[in-house]
Design a protein around this ligand. Structure first.
Ligand SMILES: N[C@@H](CCC[C@H](N)C(=O)O)C(=O)O
Length: 264
């Protein structure tokens, strides 16, 4: 079968995505091999994931997210921010928007190249002796380390991701070093990419909330340094313990756009 596709490539703090305008619903959404091929860094375009933008009756657009393994997955925070920039490029929105994703309704704001995305409320944070687990649209295991630069993210992350604790779905795994009360360094092993990525938006969000819940910080606006740049996460914890007004902010940029013909 031959597929002729127009695509744009975007990145948000180095978490990179192939973006396709699927408002005409022509993309073969069940073709896992095609998505994995397009995300392949050697044989395809290359990306940590692929995102389709589609029409939605109640919001500005719909986000459909696939990991680079070709499977549709849960929410991608950086992907959501990049999709907002893509929607603007397509003249679907101006500087504010709402969209629907697999985890529900999101609002976003564009200010120059900084995209601020409202994430879902978080009502459950599981604090354990050596780790914290929470879901910010995607599942995240979080561990503190003293020297994140020299941490073996791939092997440690993979072991936790595939451990019985998270079977069968697995989890993303974040390693965190505290620099100050409002500055943390984070590296993430991503499920579905099955490697460390340069940044994970739902992961950065989960880390900020976990640091507050564990009283490692009392700040509710936190800078998260990731290998691909800087993200900022802010939130409010309400009187019944729910984290709301959770905002993930950072840059999202178009890298290039082109056409590709794939024979599979
Ligand atoms: N890169 C993402 C997370 C994407 C989803 C994740 N790989 C999963 O399957 O859970 C982000 O920026 O949030």
């Amino acid at each position: 079968m031959t597929y002729n596709l127009h695509f744009s490539k975007y990145q948000g703090t180095g978490n990179d995505f192939v973006m396709i305008d699927n408002r005409d619903l022509s993309f073969p959404k069940e073709n896992t091999k095609l998505v994995a091929f397009l995300c392949d860094r050697r044989f395809g375009i290359g990306g940590d994931g692929l995102i389709l933008i589609e029409n939605d009756a109640e919001t500005d657009f719909k986000m459909v997210y696939y990991n680079s393994d070709g499977n549709e997955s849960t929410m991608c925070g950086n992907g959501g921010r990049c999709l907002v920039a893509f929607a603007k490029q397509l003249n679907m929105i101006s500087d504010t928007c709402s969209f629907i994703a697999i985890d529900g309704l999101h609002y976003a704001k564009i200010s120059d190249e900084i995209i601020s995305l409202q994430m879902i409320d978080v009502n459950e944070v599981s604090v354990n002796e050596n780790f914290t687990f929470l879901n910010t649209g995607s599942p995240h295991h979080i561990e503190m380390v003293t020297d994140v630069k020299n941490c073996d993210i791939y092997n440690k992350g993979k072991e936790i991701r595939y451990s019985d604790l998270y079977a069968p779905g697995g989890t993303n795994v974040n390693f965190v070093e505290k620099i100050s009360d409002d500055y943390f360094k984070v590296r993430t092993y991503e499920r579905g990419v099955e490697d460390e990525t340069f940044s994970c938006g739902t992961g950065a969000t989960a880390v900020a909330i976990a640091m507050f819940e564990n009283k490692i910080t009392n700040k509710n606006a936190i800078q998260i340094e990731v290998p691909g740049g800087m993200l900022v996460v802010s939130f409010d914890k309400n009187e019944v313990g729910i984290y709301e007004n959770v905002i993930l902010s950072g840059p999202a940029k178009k890298v290039f756009e082109s056409d590709i013909t794939v024979v599979l």
